[in-house]
Design a protein around this ligand. Structure first.
Ligand code: IMP
Length: 424
């Protein structure tokens, strides 16, 4: 598949890093098209764990790794991850940064935290990495971009202009300390020195790779239900994780995308606030949290586990044009005698629907229609392909395929790169 998008089909944390890493073995270029250091991608290779917030997961495999224009970049986090990788003997030379990507500045982080604090009980539960404020400045056309790092004079000027406004806002609205021009400018000039050589025309790079018949993976961060336009607003991120955004976030036409792999856990988790119809009861949820180690990669926060939600997955298939699914962490469900699957929502008027509600109040009040299915209660360690799965596990996978009309081509049975089963 020359251009394949890998997209989270739930609320993020589906295990995309691992699937990207696996598919990256056969790819030439791996790109991230949106998001910033709010992402948490974990890749385990030969027992060694790599956790990325900002870098594309493909970097571990030595592939050309692109941060596209749809991303927001925190240079401090990026350089920290690059240094860490270099120390572990992995070259960061193949990294390419779009000059059009926006920079996360210190005031974005301060404003993210201050605004969440002010919202109190109404807070979104952001990662507090400055994502929302950075994308807001991008939309308001006052952002500072990666290409501004190439010219120290322009960089300083833009920081000065931004600070003139941000400091007033921070001090007057949030009673936050102001930022010093000299301190910020010299810090970002330092980042500029180190990042300059990685800045490239990544739209052209990807187009030329495709023209040359190379294989390109387009890696989404977060997930479908965190999409700014189509997710569970306002409990969403400030960019578009859905597959269509891969085209804008990289700078290629939508006709160049050949396949969309949706990644879903065999259950669901979500972090932060917001309605969650298939949320498990506390005791089962706590068990799944421990078994699946469901704690945020970026923030360490507890994730809220829920039963597999076919209504939300059906929505993800529709929004992304998913052509194939990867179902991760099936092994976590091996602990249970029986499982529940959410097959429909019951709405406040008593009707049942297989479709994700278009209006927030319907979603907020939706009750899950749960179907009980048998568990398999045995280890999946010995399985070498999907056909080796115990009968009940195979039936679980088939239930998903039939409900969604999309093949499940990959099944995750553990944390390592090799613990992914394929059909053939
Ligand atoms: P932000 O992206 O930091 O602004 O956070 C907005 C919402 O997206 C919050 O509910 C976060 O918990 C959620 N979020 C952001 N990134 C991730 C992720 O990588 N996995 C899961 N949730 C995320």
């Amino acid at each position: 598949m020359p251009a394949t998008v890998i997209v989270g089909a739930q609320w993020g944390d589906e295990g995309k890093g691992k699937i990207v890493d696996l598919l990256a073995q056969d790819a030439d270029v791996v790109c991230r098209y949106q998001g910033g250091p709010n992402a948490g991608h974990t890749v385990i290779v030969d027992g060694e764990t790599f956790k990325f917030r900002q870098l594309p997961s493909g970097i571990v495999s030595g592939k050309t790794s692109v941060l596209g224009s749809g991303c927001v970049v925190d240079p401090e986090v990026l350089l920290g991850e690059m240094d860490d990788l270099e120390q572990r003997g992995i070259s960061t030379e193949p990294l390419r940064l779009s000059g059009n990507a926006h920079l996360i500045m210190p005031w974005h982080i301060a404003l993210d935290g201050a605004s969440e604090k002010r919202l109190g009980k109404l807070q979104i539960g952001t990662t507090r990495r400055g994502i929302g404020p950075a994308y807001a400045d991008k939309a308001a056309r006052i952002g500072i971009r990666v290409q501004d790092l190439l010219d120290p004079k322009i960089l300083r000027q833009k920081i000065e202009t931004a600070l003139a406004e941000k400091n007033v806002w921070l001090q007057k609205v949030y009673e936050h300390e102001p930022f010093e021009l000299e301190e910020v400018a010299s810090r970002y000039e330092g980042y500029a020195q180190r990042l300059r050589s990685f800045v490239a025309d990544t739209s052209l790079l990807v187009a030329e790779a495709l023209d040359a018949g190379q294989r390109v993976l387009l890696e989404g961060a977060q997930g479908t239900l965190l999409d700014l336009d189509h997710g569970t607003y306002p409990f969403v991120t400030s960019s578009n994780p859905i597959a269509g955004a891969a085209a804008t976030g990289i700078g290629i036409g939508p006709t160049r995308i050949d396949a969309v792999v949706g990644v879903s856990k065999a259950y669901v988790t979500r972090v932060g606030a917001g309605p969650f119809p298939s949320e498990m009861d506390e005791q089962v949820g706590a068990e799944v949290r421990e078994l699946g180690q469901e704690y945020g990669t970026v923030t360490g926060r507890e994730r809220r586990p829920g039963w597999l939600d076919l209504v939300a997955l059906r929505y993800a298939v529709r929004l992304n044009g998913i052509t194939s699914l990867a179902l991760t962490k099936l092994d976590v469900l091996s602990a249970f005698d029986e499982l529940q699957v959410c097959v429909a929502y019951r709405l406040p008027d008593g009707s049942e629907t297989p479709n994700f509600p278009a209006h927030q109040s319907d979603f907020h009040h939706a009750a899950p229609v749960l179907e009980t299915v048998p568990g398999w209660h045995e280890s999946l360690d010995a399985c070498a392909s999907i056909s080796d799965l115990p009968a009940a596990a195979k039936a679980y996978v088939e239930l998903v395929e039939q409900a969604l009309g999309v093949p499940v081509d990959l099944v995750g049975t553990g944390a390592g790169r090799e613990q992914v089963l394929a059909k053939r």
